[in-house]
Design a protein around this ligand. Sequence first.
Ligand SMILES: [Fe+2]
Length: 316
Amino acid sequence: MTKPTVKVVEIAFARLQAPDLDKMEEFLTAFGMFKSTRTETALYMRGTEPSHHLHVTHKGEPGFISFAYTVSSEDDLKALAATPGASGIEPLNEPGGGKRVRLRDPFNGFLVEAVHGIEVPQPLPVGSRPLNWSADTLSTIGEPQRLQFGPSRIKRMSHAVLSTPHLKETLAWFRQTFGLLATDEFYKGERSNVVGSFNRVDRGIEGVDHHVLNLYHGTKPGLQHVSYEVQDIDDLFVGFNHLTRLSKYEHMRGVGYHVPGGQVFDYWLDPWGQMHEHWLTTRRFTATSPLNLMPAPKEHDPTSRFAQTIMPHIGV
Ligand SMILES: [Fe+2]
């Protein structure tokens, strides 16, 4: 691969569309996010880490508008703005401010935003539920730490997953444009027949998540799910209990464990069938971690309801 245009730092937020912002706010609050701000036409939700928003919902027909990667400098925005088909550098005229370049992948039309300079707020306190139980807290006989019922507390966005009929070309575009690196890939039949690919950001020797983007071969292009990291394993299970007890939202899959990347997952649908994941990782990868190519596991079934739950892409 030739030198990528930029190396993105992280995934910043997803931009979805839904007809009822009250209902979306209720779902996302139960899912574990916190309202950052809301306008007449858009809802901005955040996590406990210092990010102005990691989930935006615009009012309209349900669907997926875009997702955004953070870049580290305005020079990176300039480099992206110079690529074919990219927008110029434009102000983000919405809460949090900042600047962006919009890029559209040439094979599916997926809209990706590269953002920089969005306001960075203070982190939110995680509250009274204890984190990271240790032998010390567990051994306090007679004074057990009681978990409190309630939603998970989302920390940050972790990744987005796209279905595409043009896997090879789309992968090449994302890697060349944003500097993503392949972590794990699944093949069917011949080793060259890759059907799914997990890609991470390149931060050199710094350990990063197993993937910030998963692309898999599917007949319909679209966003399959967006994923958010929770505080810890207690937080994930307490959040699962909370959503289960509410009996209001559809549970798609989990709680389970993805062995290749060492991630705990739990998938829920919002009121319009858009999939959101609670996620925790147990492994980090650096820029030199080798690609792991392996046969597609049974769970990678492109005809399953899980794989076929796709948010349609809204071109704007
Ligand atoms: Fe995921």
